[in-house]
Write a protein that binds this ligand. Sequence first.
Ligand code: GLC
Length: 478
Amino acid sequence: MAKAKKRILFVASEAAPFIATGGLADVIGSLPKALAASKRFDVRVVLPLYEDVKAEYRKDFRFLGSINVPLAWRRQYCGYFEYKLDGVTFYFVDNEYYFKRHGCYGHYDDGERFAFFSKAACELMSFVGFYPNVLHCHDWQAALAALYLKTYYCHRSEFSQVKAVFTIHNIEYQGKYSLDILEDVLDISNAHRDLVEYDGAVNLMKGAIECCERVTTVSPTYADEIRYSFFAHGLDPIIRRNAWKLCGILNGIDYDYYNPQTDKALFANYSAEDVSGKATCKKQLQRMLNLPERNGVPIVAVISRLASHKGLDLVKAVLEEFIANNDVQFVLLGTGEYEYEQFFRGLAARHPDKVSANIAFNGDLSRKIYSGADLFLMPSKSEPCGLSQMIASRYGTVAVVRETGGLQDSITPYGAGGNGFTFHNYNAHDMLYVLREAVELFRNKKEWNELVIKAMTSDFSWSKSAESYGQMYIEMTK
Ligand code: GLC
C-alpha cells in the first residue's frame, strides 16, 4: 500500500502568480509546488482574497461556501474559494471589509486584517476537513495562525496533533502593536500575554517564534546573523533563546518560471549549451534604453527596491566615479525612496550615453535586463535570502554581491573557483574594487564566458531546499 501523504498547510499573505509584492510571493508560489512534485506531501496554501488578486485567475476560483469567523466579540463574514495549480490547492479567504482595498499592506488596521485572516485560516481546517500534520506560517501576517493554534484550537482533539513551523523571511517586519488591542482586536487572551509581549508592545513575530515547534529562515547565514543585534531589529535575545529550534534553508527559484530557454519576455532565448542569444538580448536592450549598441562594453545592472538596506548608500558613494572612469554602461530598474530615485535620475541626466534609470516596477523589463546585462550588482547591507542574484545567474548575468545572508550562501568568489564576485565589508571602495575586477575580467572573453556558464549552471532550483523542508516535516511529525 502506498504510504499516506503528509498534509501541509501554508499560511501566507502573498503568492505568485496570484498576488506579489516581494520575494515572499515567489517562495509561496514555488516551494509548495516543489514539495507536491515529490508525491510525499499534500500541500495546500491559504491566502487573503485581496482586490488586487489577478482577475485572470480569480475568474476561475471555485466558491466553497461561507462561515462567520469569530474575532474577539466580532463575527465576520468569511467566504472560502479554491483554485488548483501545479498539484497544489490554494484557498482564498474572502471578506470585502478587510480585503477589498488596493495594496496588500500599509492600512491603518493591518493588525485586525491579518488577525481575521489568521483566524479564518484556522477555521478553514474544519471547514474543508483538512487537519494538517504541519501548519507552516510565513512572516508576521500569518504569525497569529500559529498562536491561535497553540493557545486555543489545540485543545480540540482534531487539532491536537497539528505541529507548527514559522518561517522568517525578513526579521525587520515583526507586526508590532499596542498592548491595548491584545484582547479586543487581536483576540489573544490576557492569559497568553507573555507569549506575545515584547518591549512593552505586542510583537506577533516573537509570539510565533515562542510557540512553534520549529522556526526557519531563508538562508543558513541569515539564521546565524539574526542572533546578533546588528541584524535582528531588537529580536536577537528571542532568537538566541530559541536557537535550538531554528535553522536556515536557502530558497530556490522556480526553474520553469525563470528559464532563459523559454522565457517569452526575452528578445531571444538561449541556454548554457548555446548562449549566443544573450548577445541579441543585450543589443536589443541597449536599443530599447537608448544606450550605444556595443557588445564590447559591459552592462552593470541593479534591479531593486530602492531602500537603504539594499546597499544603495554604497552605490551612491562611488557609482559616478566608476562610470566616469570606466568604459561601462549602467542600467537601473526600481522604485522606492525619493533620495535614491533622484540620485539615479541625476546620474542618467549627466551620463545619458552610459546610464539608463528606469524608476518603475516592471516584470517584463526586469527579465529583459536580467538577460541583456553582463553584471548584476546587489550590495545589500543585510539580505535574508535574495532571489535576484539567483535569477541573474540563471540568465548568465554574473552577480556582484556583498557577503551577507543568502547572498553569501549563493554567490561564491570567482577567484576561488566560484560563480560571481563578492566583497565582505560594507564599504563603498571595497565594492568599487570588485566591480573593477569584474570589468577587467569581462575583457578576457574566454575566462568571462566560462564564468557566465558557471553562473548559469549553478543549482538554484528548489530540489535541494524542498528536500530539506520535507525532511523537517517528516522528522517533526514522527
Ligand atoms: C524577503 C527577504 C528576501 C527573501 C524573500 C523570500 O523578501 O527580504 O531576502 O529572498 O523574503 O524569502
